[in-house]
Design a protein around this ligand. Structure first.
Ligand SMILES: Cc1cc2nc3c(=O)[nH]c(=O)nc-3n(C[C@H](O)[C@H](O)[C@H](O)COP(=O)(O)O)c2cc1C
Length: 226
């Protein structure tokens, strides 16, 4: 058996270590929590959302009075400002690092892990919401709405897929808080909203998630039929 010269072996080891480190570091970038699957959205650009407007909306008690599930939507996109406001209401940053050592969010999370991610399904593709940058990072291109959502939501302006670490005992509770924020925002804006279960493994595969991330629920929001 031939033994590799020491220099070549060291070079190969360094290359291997660098590749592993690169893959590991990439997994921490929002939008790249997708295990071994590639990010298939080369033709989509990140969407920089406008700053959320936090002065509008109906009084809280009116929004609570109007909150309900409505399973019907027309195929009209939300203005970018409304989309930004919706995602901020859902799980946006309401206390930046300057105010708190860690970010504060509009929904609580067990141990303040803030590890639920929102995959945002729009007509042109799927994006992951980066709350700190107020940005939608492309994940998949193409209209996946009818593939991910049941028929009544196949044309909803936006569907949020709630994704959590596969081993998180509190993820269901964390998602519940976010989803209620979405319901209240929708009620306040006169939008329809529907929270529902999906076939988690199917949707995870369609979204290219790795085994470390699981799909829990989805929630569609959009304009009501006239
Ligand atoms: C954990 C959970 C799972 C749900 N899954 C579904 C679902 O798979 N399909 C559906 O049509 N509605 C689903 N819903 C919505 C409920 O059916 C709805 O909230 C309930 O009928 C009460 O109606 P309301 O939201 O208008 O008060 C779900 C709600 C929750 C909280």
């Amino acid at each position: 058996m031939r033994i590799l010269p020491l220099r070549i072996a060291a070079r190969w080891t360094a290359l291997l270590v660098a590749s592993v480190a690169l893959v590991w570091a990439a997994s921490f970038l929002p939008g790249l929590h997708r295990g071994a699957s590639p990010v298939l959205a080369a033709e989509l650009k990140p969407i920089q959302l406008p700053n959320p407007g936090i002065t509008g909306g109906m009084p809280l008690m009116h929004a609570l009075a109007a909150r309900r599930t409505t399973r019907a939507f027309i195929d009209t996109p939300l203005p970018l400002q409304t989309l930004s406001n919706l995602l901020w209401a859902a799980f946006g940053v309401n206390r930046p690092r300057a105010v708190k050592s860690d970010l504060g969010r509009t929904a609580p999370s067990a141990y303040n892990k803030q590890d639920i991610t929102l995959d945002v399904v729009l007509a042109d593709g799927v994006y992951v919401y980066d709350a700190e940058a107020n940005l939608l990072r492309p994940v998949l291109s193409g209209d996946m709405r009818g593939v991910i959502s049941p028929a009544p939501a196949a044309h909803a302006a936006v569907t949020i897929v709630y994704v959590a670490p596969s081993r998180d005992d509190y993820a269901q509770v964390d998602v519940g808080f976010i989803a209620q924020n979405v319901y209240l925002f929708a009620a306040s804006e006169g939008l329809n909203a529907w929270f529902y279960t999906v076939h988690a493994q199917d949707v995870a595969a369609k979204l290219g998630l790795g085994s470390d991330r699981s799909v829990l629920y989805a929630q569609s929001v959009g304009y009501p039929p006239q």
